[in-house]
Design a protein around this ligand. Structure first.
Ligand code: DOR
Ligand code: ZN
Length: 405
């Protein structure tokens, strides 16, 4: 048993508390404590970030990212849990492909991790959830909803309707035309379509507008937005670095989404971390879609909180609490019974994001020069794994088995 003393974020505010941890799990939160060795944690202590939507490319495309680099990047950005998507080079659709992926990544993660399966005619009990592709994106997966088998787990929906994408095909040479190739209408149609299947625990990923967000919420789904759809738009001169599915929208649509950050319609802010190499991104038309963001997700939102764009309560809810609840994992709260994952931040210290200082293999970010509040200390299940930029523990991340749900 060990105890930590600090200014912890508990039930909506920072409180001076002692947190007693037993084998990585919070046993007690107390106002006074005696007779135990206590470690003081400096700064404001938040629960570790939970990013329920990343693409770490491992196995299959480890030149872009692998679990080592992806999870290192997560840790530096204050994220202690990631859930990784199944659109690997060999898609993760059954137990054979799932177990081979797990075997490949098992000892290589700095942070705790769950793995999704792509919905198919076979369910994988160990998967953290099932991914549904209603339109093709990187990897070309398309889910057959009529033959897929379902489990009582989160079903994360890539909501772009393929028929609509096919009907809008045109030249794709810049961010504006990419948006026209996959317009908001395709997002709306996908949401409408999945509703007909009446599945449990349906979660609509990377919503790009208030219109689609409110529509998804009105149908009873949980919702997700990304920092890139909140902060970037297709009028910026990002070229193919801003090419992503679903696309960045017009400035007005983006600004409206950003203004709605505190609203009840948003459950989760996930990164959709999808690294591609700069070489692949050279020619717009040929460039694969995807934006890296696992390291900048928490820092960007904490910086937005400092600027008054989002409340602290909503930030913690969308970055930590809700994704943990939706994935049914013991994370996201500093409270009895939860894993002792903490990040310590100086909420007054916004620094400039620089792509070359980030830890993803891809080496770039569309958020160059944006402000971010990065953690000084990161704890995973009671163990300090990052101390003022020094990595203290390698690969202590554990697999979160979806079977336990
Ligand atoms: O832009 C995207 N990139 N959207 C996706 O759905 C997949 C992702 C990737 O894996 O590159
Ligand atoms: Zn994705």
């Amino acid at each position: 048993m060990e105890a930590f003393h600090g200014l912890f974020y508990i039930s909506g505010e920072f409180r001076e508390k002692y947190v007693v941890v037993d084998r990585g799990v919070i046993k007690e939160v107390k106002s006074e404590l005696s007779g135990m060795n206590v470690t003081r944690i400096k700064g404001h202590v938040l629960p570790g970030g939970v990013d329920m939507h990343v693409h770490f490319r491992d196995p299959g495309e480890t030149e872009k990212e692998d679990f080592h680099s992806g999870s290192l990047s997560a840790m530096f950005g204050g994220t202690t849990t990631v859930c990784d998507m199944p659109n690997n080079r060999t898609p993760i659709t059954d137990s054979t492909t799932f177990n081979s992926k797990l075997h490949s990544v098992a000892k290589r993660s700095y942070v705790d991790f769950g793995l999704y399966q792509a919905a198919s005619s076979e369910t994988v009990p160990e998967a953290i959830g099932q991914k549904i592709f209603l339109g093709k994106s990187t990897g070309g997966l398309l889910t057959d909803l009529n033959t897929s088998k379902w489990e009582d787990k989160v079903k994360v929906v890539h909501a772009e309707f393929q028929e609509c994408i096919d009907n809008n095909k045109r030249e794709n040479s810049d961010l504006l035309s990419h948006d026209m190739n996959r317009p908001l209408e395709c997002e709306m149609q996908a949401i409408e379509h999945i509703f007909k299947y009446d599945l449990s625990r349906t979660h609509i990923a990377h919503l790009t507008s208030v219109r689609s967000l409110e529509f998804a919420k009105s149908l009873g789904f949980t919702t997700e937005v990304t920092p890139h759809h909140l902060l970037l738009n297709n009028a910026l001169s990002l070229g193919s670095l801003g090419k992503v599915n679903p696309p960045l929208r017009k400035k007005g649509v983006q600004e409206e989404l950003l203004k709605s950050l505190n609203s009840k319609s948003i459950d989760v802010i996930a990164s959709d971390h999808a690294p591609h190499t700069l070489l692949e991104k050279e020619i717009f038309g040929d460039a694969p879609s995807g934006i890296p963001g696992v390291e900048t997700r928490v820092p960007l939102i904490l910086a937005a909180n400092r600027k008054g764009v989002i409340s602290l309560e909503k930030s913690v809810s969308a970055l930590m609490e809700k994704p943990a609840q939706i994935c049914a994992i013991n994370k996201g709260f500093i409270a009895e019974g939860y894993d002792a994952d903490f990040i310590s931040v100086d909420l007054k210290n916004t620094s400039e994001i620089k792509g070359e200082e980030l830890h993803s293999k891809c080496g770039w970010t569309p958020f160059e020069k944006f402000g971010g509040i990065f953690p000084d200390y990161v704890y995973l299940r009671g163990e300090m794994i990052l101390q003022e930029g020094d990595v203290l523990s390698s690969s202590s991340g554990e697999f979160l088995n979806g079977k336990k749900q």
